[in-house]
Design a protein around this ligand. Sequence first.
Ligand code: FMN
Length: 146
Amino acid sequence: RYRVAIIYASVTGNTEELAEMVRNCLKNYRIYLEVYTSKSFSVKKINHFDAIVVGTYTWGNGEIPEELNDLFNAIAYEGNKNIVTGVFGTGDSFYPHFCGAVDKFRDMLFQYTDLAVTLKVELRPQIQDKKRCRKFADLLYKRLLS
Ligand code: FMN
């Protein structure tokens, strides 16, 4: 079984809810799944996983949250093309850089890992986002198999 980690940061709970949705969808696959907040995850463990899924909100002017900087830098530094990755996030389209942190992770993960999938959600995830989460999980798993 593949080892998969979801690592997320959330202040007001939107990204946490989305992480829960993604977790529920990934449960349907034959994987070992572990869920961490950015604070509970040690970046030394990155290479213990076959896939890493990052969940992020967006701060400032399209910025990555402070508490995800270590993870961002560690993944870029390790540069492991064998690790399958995905990134999901919540944001507010009121801001000029909607889910800017997802874009920043996407560009880095594409360069340094085997990026499989991304997902952006407006604020709190809704029922209709479940379908998008299922697709997210499916694309991630398919990349693990390929
Ligand atoms: N959302 C964006 O899409 N782009 C932004 O640039 C952005 N900047 C923000 C700046 C501040 C000061 C605050 C309070 C929110 C900002 N947001 C932005 C919205 C949050 O990313 C959004 O509310 C998110 O769902 C919060 O996630 P959380 O509930 O997991 O903490």
